[in-house]
Unconditional design. Structure first.
Length: 255
């Protein structure tokens, strides 16, 4: 009889169950998206990706899901298509499942995307950066149009940008601070690594109407309470005279 003592770990099935049940939220982009971290961020925004001269690509997204497993999907109305998320919001408003206040977080939110470098993580190379328009991008454009500062994307004479993010309440606040002196890019090779932000085949993921419906049914847990999660909820009917509105006010969800 083999009396050798072999050490082993005891299983934790509660933790295992949570691990197995963990859902990985799908993305709207095929590459990782950089967003400002809490505290200080130091970045360099790179030049336009094509001859049009646009520094930022603006897209409208719907966000929903739990705090730690949020899902984003591009609003299909910006492509002149039916958007399931826009429609279900109006259905739930009509059925009084959502109020005007609680529905706000599901409206399409515009974000500006650009090519940039996180100067604290240069090893990650060129990244697609997602920035709030009113709180960050408009300030950057104002600096760019100010002769005292000028073009922050210029490879030789541009300048670094510090973005301070602080979340004290429901939504974060930002402070945009340009560097006092211009400086060249850390390496010119980054100019050859720009993402084509107009590429909806290799960069962006546009979920179909049916795919949006499936995502909503899986991730929009807010519609069902824990007591209701095993019950079927009859889909409320959408009156034909209710217009499908998207949010008119930009809401920064801190994503």
């Amino acid at each position: 009889m083999n009396s050798e003592v072999v050490n082993y770990y005891s299983p934790n099935f509660d933790l295992t169950e949570k691990e197995v049940a963990q859902r990985t939220a799908p993305s709207y982009c095929k590459v990782p998206i950089w967003t400002p971290k809490e505290g200080q961020n130091l970045i360099r925004i790179l030049p336009p990706w094509n001859e049009k001269g646009l520094v930022f690509k603006v897209l409208a997204l719907h966000w929903f899901g739990s705090k730690n497993n949020r899902v984003a999907t591009l609003c299909l109305r910006q492509f002149q298509k039916r958007c399931y998320i826009c429609e279900i919001i109006q259905k739930l408003l009509a059925a009084e499942v959502l109020t005007k206040e609680t529905a706000r977080v599901y409206y399409a939110v515009k974000r500006a995307f650009c090519n940039g470098l996180d100067l604290k993580e240069l090893d990650k190379g060129v990244q697609i950066m997602s920035l709030p328009i009113k709180k960050v991008v408009q300030s950057l454009i104002n600096y760019a149009k100010d002769p005292e500062y000028g073009d922050f994307t210029h490879p030789e004479n541009g300048y670094d940008i510090k973005i301070e993010k602080e979340t004290a309440g429901l939504y974060p606040d930002y402070n945009v601070i340009p560097a006092r002196k211009s400086s060249p890019l850390p390496d010119k090779r980054y100019l050859k690594e720009l993402y084509n932000l107009d590429d909806f085949e290799n960069i962006w993921i546009v979920h179909s109407y049916d795919e949006q419906k499936e995502l909503w049914n899986i991730y929009a847990d807010v519609i069902r309470t824990e007591e209701e999660e095993n019950e079927e909820i009859e889909e409320p009917k959408l009156p034909e005279d209710i217009p499908l509105e998207v949010g008119k006010k930009e809401i920064d969800l801190g994503v």
